[in-house]
Design a protein around this ligand. Structure first.
Ligand SMILES: [Zn+2]
Length: 358
C-alpha cells in the first residue's frame, strides 16, 4: 500500500492565482487514450491500467506535459467504487486511486523546471438518484474517500467532472471544499444543453459559484463548436473563472454530444453508434483545437483543455495557440523542408515541381 511522503511544495502559485494571470491548459482524456492503446476496456471503462501497466500512464502524462499541459491530472477518472463493483474488483479501489495519484506526482517531478500542478479527480458516480435519499449518502461517501486520498497525496486542486446533475455536483463540491481544497466543477451538458434537472448552463454554474466553487464550466460530451455555444451564458452568469474542456470530435447541432453519433461515411459500425470506439472519422484536427483554445482565451474562459479523445498533438497546438512554446515545440511541423511541398533551396526542383501530381 502506498503512503505518501511529505513532499516540498512544487507550485509557486495556486490555481486561482495562476488563472488570474491568464489561461491554464489542462489535458484530460486518459480513458479514451488508454482504450485505443489496448490497456482498458470500452464499456466498463475502468482505469485498471494504473495498476497493470503504470508505465503507460506515466508516458501519457509525459507526452501531455511535453505538449504544454500545465496540469497533471491523476488518472482516477472512473476508478471509483461503482465502476470497480461492476467488474467485481472493489478491493482494488484504494490501491488504484493511490497508484494513479503517485504516477501523476512522479510525472511532475520529472519536469522540475516547469511549474506544473497535480490534480485529483472525481466524476459522475452513476448511482445518484434524486428520488433515493440513500443514494445521496452513498454518493457523498464515494466522493469523500476519493477526495481524502487526493488530499493525502497533496494535490493542488480537485476537478469534479462529467456530472450531469446539479445536486450531484453540489455533493462533490461540498466534499472538496470541506477538505479545504480548490474545486473545479465541470458539468457535461446533454443534447438539450441543460442539466438532468433541466437547468441552464449559466444558472447551474451560478449555483456552484454560490456554493464555493473556484472554477466552474463544462467538460466532455460536446465537441469544440457545441461547447463554445454554451460558454457566453456561463461567462455572463458567474464572476469566478470558467472552464471548457470539449471532446475533440466534430459534434453538430443535430447531435451535439458524442455519445450518439453516426458516421455517414461508414456502414460497418456495429449497432450504428460511432461512440465510443468508431469516432475516428469525426475527429477534430490539431488546428481546430488550436482555434478553440484561442476563442476561449478571447472570451475570458481561462481553464482551457480537452477531454476524451485528446492526444498530445491537439494539446501542443492549443498551447501554441495560447502563445507558448512547449517542450515538444522542438518538433513543431516545418513543411518548408518537405521533399515535395517544401521551399528549402536545397530541395530538388524535380520533386517540388511534381508536388501537385502526387
Ligand atoms: Zn471526456
Amino acid at each position: 500500500m502506498i503512503s505518501f511522503k511529505k513532499s516540498k511544495k512544487y507550485m509557486s502559485k495556486n490555481l486561482i492565482e495562476r488563472l488570474n494571470e491568464g489561461p491554464v491548459l489542462c489535458a484530460e482524456g486518459y480513458l479514451f487514450a488508454m482504450e485505443r492503446r489496448g490497456y482498458l476496456q470500452a464499456g466498463s471503462f475502468v482505469p485498471e491500467v494504473v495498476l497493470e501497466n503504470p508505465e503507460v500512464v506515466s508516458q501519457l502524462h509525459r507526452e501531455f506535459i511535453r505538449a504544454g499541459s500545465d496540469v497533471v491530472q491523476a488518472f482516477t477518472y472512473y476508478g471509483h467504487r461503482e465502476k470497480l463493483r461492476i467488474i467485481g474488483k472493489e478491493k482494488l479501489l484504494e490501491p488504484l486511486q493511490k497508484n494513479a495519484l503517485k504516477i501523476a506526482k512522479d510525472a511532475r517531478s520529472e519536469f522540475k523546471d516547469l511549474d506544473l500542478m497535480v490534480c485529483g479527480d472525481v466524476a459522475n458516480t452513476n448511482i445518484y438518484d434524486p428520488k433515493d435519499k440513500k443514494s445521496l449518502v452513498e454518493c457523498q461517501k464515494m466522493f469523500e474517500e476519493q477526495v481524502a486520498w487526493a488530499k493525502e497525496a497533496e494535490v493542488d486542486f480537485i476537478i469534479a467532472e462529467t456530472i450531469t446533475w446539479v445536486e450531484e455536483m453540489k455533493i462533490a463540491l461540498k466534499v472538496i471544499k470541506d477538505a479545504g481544497l480548490i474545486a473545479v466543477c465541470n458539468y457535461a451538458f446533454r443534447r438539450d444543453g441543460k442539466t438532468r434537472e433541466g437547468i441552464s448552463p449559466g444558472e447551474a454554474c451560478k449555483v456552484l459559484e454560490d456554493n464555493g466553487a473556484d472554477v466552474v464550466g463544462l467538460n466532455c460530451f460536446r465537441g469544440p463548436k457545441m461547447t463554445i455555444k454554451l460558454l457566453p451564458e456561463i461567462r455572463k452568469s458567474v464572476s469566478c473563472h470558467v472552464a471548457a474542456l470539449p471532446v475533440p470530435y466534430r459534434t453538430t447541432e443535430k447531435d451535439p454530444g458524442f455519445l450518439n453519433q453516426t458516421d455517414e461515411g461508414c456502414d460497418c459500425i456495429p449497432g450504428g453508434n460511432a461512440f465510443p470506439v468508431a469516432l475516428d472519422n469525426l475527429y477534430c484536427n490539431r488546428f481546430e483545437m488550436g482555434e478553440f483554445a484561442k476563442e476561449c482565451a478571447s472570451k475570458k474562459i481561462n481553464f482551457i483543455g480537452i477531454c476524451c479523445g485528446a492526444e498530445p498533438h491537439h494539446v501542443r497546438e492549443m498551447s501554441v495557440a495560447l502563445g507558448r512554446k512547449p517542450i515538444s515545440y522542438k518538433y513543431y511541423p516545418d513543411m518548408s523542408k518537405h521533399y515535395a511541398h517544401g521551399t528549402d533551396k536545397t530541395l530538388k526542383k524535380l520533386n517540388t515541381d511534381a508536388a501537385k501530381t502526387l
